[in-house]
Write a protein that binds this ligand. Structure first.
Ligand SMILES: Cc1cc2nc3c(=O)[nH]c(=O)nc-3n(C[C@H](O)[C@H](O)[C@H](O)COP(=O)(O)O)c2cc1C
Length: 225
């Protein structure tokens, strides 16, 4: 019999950012169950700051068209600024996961058109027929964002436990104004990210790699007394 810890680790091990999804809708009951499970995460004073905007059908197609057009025109300003710079191991890890993806899909180093085409898949929601957009109240600042991060992770784990693949996408939040206008999101909320989700096209080249994690001694620091 497996322990709860083993079960939890199995779900954590099974999840990966899925960049090719089948065009098959997830039943609304499953979407409700995933959201209700994710809502169980803790938050500052139990604020539960997240709101989940479900995008499917015509709304999904319209949003996809609009954010694709903006991406192709290199337009877009995220509500929450993207990191200004990444140096050292962060730069290295970003480079590595990008290389892994491009290698998996057969984009050669220096093939700008190829890497751009792969990047634009973000705006097709990687083929998923549905996605959610997560927003936080502006007034709650960084701790609202932190709580929503916990929600995003729990959403992805709950989905994984149901055999549903996911990918979090800041790329959609880069077009915050378009997302806000298309989905009717109030001005007092920040658009944080999307999560595309559905049934993995497990054999697709984009899904053939897994990212690595740092060893414990790069993460855990125990100050001596
Ligand atoms: C908040 C957040 C935003 C992300 N945005 C994107 C994105 O826009 N496009 C993308 O391809 N991956 C995106 N990712 C996926 C990360 O690249 C991925 O989680 C990371 O490389 C680790 O790989 P794994 O999820 O397969 O374990 C995002 C992940 C998070 C948590």
């Amino acid at each position: 019999m497996s322990s709860d810890f083993e079960t939890l680790n199995k779900i954590l091990d099974g999840r990966y950012s899925c960049r090719a999804l089948h065009d098959k809708a997830v039943p609304i009951e499953d979407i409700h169950a995933i959201i209700q499970a994710a809502q169980k995460v803790p938050s500052w004073c139990n604020f539960q700051p997240w709101q989940v905007h479900l995008v499917r059908g015509d709304v999904r197609d319209t949003l996809s068209e609009k954010v694709m057009a903006a991406a192709m025109a290199d337009e877009g300003v995220p509500d929450v600024p993207f990191p200004e710079k990444a140096t050292g191991k962060h730069a290295e890890r970003r480079r590595t996961c990008g290389l892994q993806l491009y290698q998996a899909v057969g984009v050669e180093r220096g093939d700008r058109a190829g890497s751009r085409a792969q990047m634009l898949e973000n705006y097709r929601f990687f083929g998923a027929p549905q996605a959610v957009v997560i927003t936080t109240p502006k007034e709650l600042g960084a701790y609202g964002v932190l709580d929503c991060g916990a929600f995003v992770t729990a959403f992805m784990m709950a989905a994984e436990a149901k055999g549903i693949a996911t990918i979090a996408q800041a790329s959609i939040a880069e077009m915050s104004d378009i997302v806000r206008e298309t989905l009717g999101i109030p001005e007092d909320r920040d658009v944080l990210c999307a999560i595309s989700f559905g049934y993995a096209d497990a054999a697709h080249p984009a899904n053939q790699f897994r990212t690595e994690r740092a060893p414990l001694d790069e993460v855990l620091f125990v100050p001596e007394s």
